[in-house]
Design a protein around this ligand. Structure first.
Ligand SMILES: O=C[C@H](O)COP(=O)(O)O
Length: 253
């Protein structure tokens, strides 16, 4: 039996004042009841304050990106050791916005994944197809290529300490969600790909869905057998929505 994870990716949003309000509301809501594991991923400058604000709450904190390098002359980059040092337990790698806008290749993403694992961080590895890929019938092939790059570099055993997030690019920030059935098909495919190498790891692997998840569509998605939670963008900035999503996950736990 896999536990559910509800992760909030704040992207490049927030301020000290707005974060304090948001975290206070989430903490207060969680204390009255959610049993799903929660994770928030704020921008780098706010990580330390977020860790402090969430101490004792059981809510985990993660980065949104990590350097593939250990240390040194990489201006503007943040290492896995630094994320670990300030109290992060997770880090998002390979988000489609970074793949598309910042030129991250599947090979770079694989190196970031390895950097995270080597520091004891749990990578939240994002994969997903564009609308063009889907319409051309290339969804599974795209997902396979993204995952195989990581499997080849890191090996299947590392997936015991990782989370995969399926995020169809066409559903991110668009208000258009994959239907539970569409998402389930891809999640089952992802689990199958991992199972072909290690059935035990595949069975335990948390696979999150991301792409316009809201309080009112989460339950339908989480009812699917291979969907183990969500990676939430816009709705993670709205406490009522984020808590409703966590409640929907708790109900499945
Ligand atoms: O990382 C989160 C995803 O990009 C989903 O974003 P969204 O919930 O705003 O569609």
């Amino acid at each position: 039996m896999r536990n559910f994870l509800v992760a909030g990716n704040w992207k490049m949003n927030g301020s000290r004042a707005a974060n304090a309000e948001l975290l206070g509301a989430i903490r207060a809501g969680v204390e009255v009841g959610s049993s799903a594991k929660m994770l928030v991923c704020p921008p780098f400058p706010y990580l330390t304050e977020t860790v402090a604000a969430l101490t004792g709450s059981g809510i985990a904190v993660g980065g949104q990106n990590v350097s593939e390098h250990e240390s040194g002359a990489f201006t503007g980059e943040v290492s896995a050791a630094m994320l670990q040092d300030v109290g992060c337990s997770h880090v998002i790698v390979g988000h489609s916005e970074r793949r598309a806008l910042l030129g991250e290749t599947s090979e770079t993403v694989a190196a970031k994944y390895v950097a995270a694992i080597s520091q004891g961080l749990t990578p939240v590895l994002c994969v997903g197809e564009t609308l063009q890929d889907r319409e051309a019938g290339r969804t599974n092939a795209v997902i396979d290529a993204q995952l195989n790059a990581v499997l080849e570099l890191a090996g299947v055993s590392t997936f015991a300490g990782a989370v995969v997030a399926y995020e169809p690019v066409w559903a991110i920030g668009t208000g258009e969600t994959a239907s539970p059935q569409q998402a389930q098909e891809v999640h089952a495919h992802i689990r199958g790909l991992i199972a072909a190498q290690d059935a035990g790891v595949a069975e335990r692997l948390q696979i999150l869905y991301g792409g316009s998840v809201k309080g009112d569509n989460a339950a339908g998605l989480f009812a699917m057998p291979d969907i183990d939670g969500g990676l939430i963008g816009g709705a993670s900035l709205k406490p009522a929505d984020f808590l409703a999503i966590a409640e929907a996950a708790s109900a499945c736990n």
